[in-house]
Design a protein around this ligand. Sequence first.
Ligand code: PFF
Length: 466
Amino acid sequence: MAIQRGGFSTRLGFILAAAGSAVGLGNIWKFPFEVGEGGGAAFVVMYLVFCFVLCFPVMVAEIAIGRKTQRNAVGAFTALGHKKWSIIGYLGLTSGVLILSFYNVVAAWAFGYFIDIVMGNFSVGAEAFGGFVSDWVKVGSYTIIFMVATAYVVSHGIAGGIERAAKILMPTLFVMIIALIFYSLTLPNAMEGLKFYLVPDFSEITGTVVYAALGQAFFSLSLGMGALITYGSYVNRKENIVSSAAQITLMDVGVAVLAGFMIFPFVFSQGIETDGGAGLIFMTLPGVFQSLGPILGVVVGAFFFLLLSFAAFTSTISLLEVPTAYMVDEHEVPRSKATWIVAAIIFLVGIPSLLSAGAVDALTGFIQLPGKESAISFMDFAGLIASDTFLPLGGFMIAVFTAYVWRKENFNAEIAHGDESIKGSWLQTYVDFAISYICPVLLGAIFIVTVLDNFLGIKIINILLG
Ligand code: PFF
């Protein structure tokens, strides 16, 4: 290999970095508003089923492909001798660039709320949120700060940059969330919030809810775009992939579920509508914090938005790592140069998202899709394409590739490499079966539903459900 790639120094380092990638805005910002829009607990049930049944096997496959080849998301397929299939990697790069382009903007909202609260300004409610996000100069400045910080870590490589950041940030995050749950449960109407969150009403399930839950599962677990192929490529071949993937999945799902326990009591205690969309936590939480009084409110509020920024940070790092590793491996660009070039491009790609939260009307009401009631913003459109459409498509292709092109014998041999005890275990048997049958069939079917529903306005599931 022409260029020294580096790698994780310990198994824990890998698991924390991968969990750091998984745990992010997806868990704390997106999951609650998707639950809110998807009708509550019924969405939660579907999301959980998708995470464990469909996503977990894809995660094992991604890590195995990465570890076997020690290559980036594109090069991995070529290294396995299937150059044509590197189309999966290119799709992944596209998804990654698109996702990071708007993810950074939302991370900037979180960071901006942190700064505002430290200064004693609580942006309470929908109007304040609207005012905040449409101030593109301010949000744009925070977006640049976030991107520069991310690029700084990624340019320092794996053990020194990514692993070190994750080891500090992840445990801090857990402690912060637990503390806020205890607080939220003491508020009036907390039980109403828990009921919405925990008692399913299955009549709420529509086609839109099904693919939103699947897209959320992929997005939250950082799957379908080669992020875990890339992180897997830095893993030592002695580690047990299946148990690592299980731990990452459990941590990610755990944080999302905990985030729900934290947010819904807050939402209900404030009497706010649950279907407020992308602004849900930003509209809800400052009011809660403000009600704590000037000192405690600033402390708890700043603590929360700092937490959210941390969580976002370990994810933006992994998002930036995917195209960076591609440039380093495939084009032999030195890591530092690759990082800064890619970061600059992604920032530029993100400008329409930055301007689509109220600053520019044509971007705020960007497109009217046949399957949607009203026009959606550029940012929502990018999310719909990248996370709800491309990620599950990528997952589908990875499953098909693993089972039928790379072949199960090779996949299973890579899984067993490092830990023979996995052979014949129920988890391995399940992964094997799921990657061959359950994932291709269900992911393929849901992909078709998504495309028909969003882009052609044909509501298949609603028709099937009568
Ligand atoms: N999993 C991250 C989150 O939940 O916030 C988002 C993400 C990171 C998606 C990395 C995809 C990815 F490759």
